[in-house]
Design a protein around this ligand. Structure first.
Ligand code: IMP
Length: 217
C-alpha cells in the first residue's frame, strides 16, 4: 500500500456536512486540509455505478487539479426492502426539479413512501445501512480505498436536527437515537489511536484510513 508522504491534502468534496466530519476526524493528525469546494474546483459528474468508482472520480479530479494527494468520500444509504436503493444515487434522490439544489426532506419522504408501498412498517423490514468509501488518490492516478458501513433501521417521522442528509431517519442498531439526534462526537464514536472502528460509516472508513496511512506501525 502506498504511504502518504505529504502533510497537505485536499478533501475532494463540495458537501459541507461531509467536509465538517472529515475535518473533525483529521484534526488529531495535524494534516493541513483544504477542500475542493473552497478551492473552487469543478465538481466532476458522478457517473459510476459503485461507491468506489465515484470516490475515485472525485479524488483523482482534485489530485490532478492541485498536484496534492486528495481524499474523497462517496457514500450513501442502502435500504434492504428497496433492493439497496438509493445506494450510489442517494444524493440524486434529493435533487430538486430543474436542478435548483437539494431537498433532503423530500428525499427522506421518498424513501418512506416506497417503504410504505412495500408494506415495510415493522422495524424488522426497515433495515439498511450507510456506506462510505474513502479514496485517497495521487496526481499520478494511484489510489487506495477504505470502506466503512453501519447497519441500522429507517424510522419515520424524521428525528433530530443535527448532522446532515438522511441522518434524521437513520437509527443505528443498538442505539436509541437517530444520527440526527446525536452530536457529531456520538455519531463518530471514534478517537484517534483508540484501536476500534467507531460508529458511523464515515468514522469506520476513516479509522481504516488512519490506521493504514496516519498511524505509523
Ligand atoms: P455523494 O457521496 O456525494 O454521492 O452523496 C452521498 C449522499 O448520501 C449525501 O448527499 C447524503 O445525502 C447521504 N449521506 C452520506 N453520508 C451521510 C451521513 O453521514 N448522514 C446522512 N446522510 C449521508
Amino acid at each position: 500500500m502506498r504511504q502518504l508522504d505529504s502533510k497537505k491534502i485536499v478533501v475532494a468534496t463540495h458537501n459541507d456536512g461531509k467536509l465538517r466530519e472529515i475535518r473533525e476526524l483529521l484534526m488529531p493528525y495535524g494534516l493541513e486540509a483544504t477542500s475542493a469546494g473552497e478551492l473552487g474546483l469543478p465538481e466532476p459528474p458522478e457517473t459510476g455505478t459503485t461507491f468506489e468508482e465515484n470516490a475515485y472520480t472525485k479524488a483523482f479530479a482534485a489530485a490532478s487539479a492541485t498536484g496534492l494527494p486528495a481524499l474523497s468520500d462517496d457514500s450513501g444509504l442502502e435500504v434492504d426492502a428497496l433492493d439497496g436503493d438509493p445506494g450510489v444515487y442517494t444524493a440524486d434522490w434529493a435533487e430538486k426539479a430543474g436542478g435548483s439544489g437539494r431537498d433532503f426532506g423530500m428525499a427522506m419522504r421518498k424513501v418512506e413512501d416506497l417503504l410504505q408501498e412495500k408494506g415495510a412498517t415493522e422495524p424488522a423490514r426497515r433495515g439498511g445501512r450507510f456506506v462510505a468509501v474513502l479514496c485517497l488518490a495521487w496526481p499520478d492516478g494511484h489510489a487506495e480505498y477504505f470502506r466503512g458501513e453501519v447497519e441500522g433501521k429507517l424510522v419515520w417521522p424524521p428525528r433530530g436536527t443535527r448532522g446532515f442528509g438522511y441522518d434524521p431517519v437513520f437509527k443505528p442498531n443498538g442505539h436509541a437515537q437517530t444520527f440526527g439526534e446525536m452530536s457529531s462526537g456520538e455519531k463518530h464514536s471514534w478517537e484517534a489511536g483508540r484501536g476500534d472502528l467507531g460508529l458511523s460509516h464515515r468514522a469506520r472508513a476513516f479509522a481504516r484510513f488512519a490506521t493504514a496511512m496516519l498511524e505509523p506501525a
